[in-house]
Ligand binder design. Sequence first.
Ligand code: MN3
Length: 204
Amino acid sequence: MPHELPPLEYGYDSLEPWIDKETMVIHHDKHHKAYVDNLNAALKGHEELQDKPVEELLKNLNAISETIRTAVRNHGGGHYNHSFFWKCLEKNSKPMGEILTAIKKEFQSYENFVEKFKLAAVTQFGSGWAWLVLNPRGKKLEIIQTYDQESPISLGKIPLLVVDVWEHAYYLKYQNRRPDYVNAFMNVINWEKVNENYLEAMEK
Ligand code: MN3
């Protein structure tokens, strides 16, 4: 079964005014789709890999033939990271639940977490992502950056929340003002989902 572009589970315009409809359409229908198509193209002729979920490919990159490893890291990562990103988004959600308690414990306060997360997003050089992850060693919350389409699951970490800071994620509305986009992003975090991710990660 080839990999497929998952449909957005909400309207392209439902994150307005923070993230605009046109950006969502292009980001999902063009950028994300290209990662899926390129991943499928890379896996052509590699029957042993074609039925594996993208998570499994990314967790075991070293097991993949060198001839396609970079393509799987980039396009598989792009597919996985975007699929995860869409699920992190919702308007009118508030920090809640066990994840809020854990954030306050790890970062002293929610406000302090916000500052650190925004700083990671703004200072990621070039294209990449800023993440809140659970490090399964010690069950510790961490804020990390990844470059290009590298995914935390390739680094042994469990993603809880992510912001895409590639220019394609914000340039139409915010041009070069990445900090404005990151500020806006903080208003469309699906905290119920992040909490769910945290509870699942703690079980692993
Ligand atoms: Mn993107």
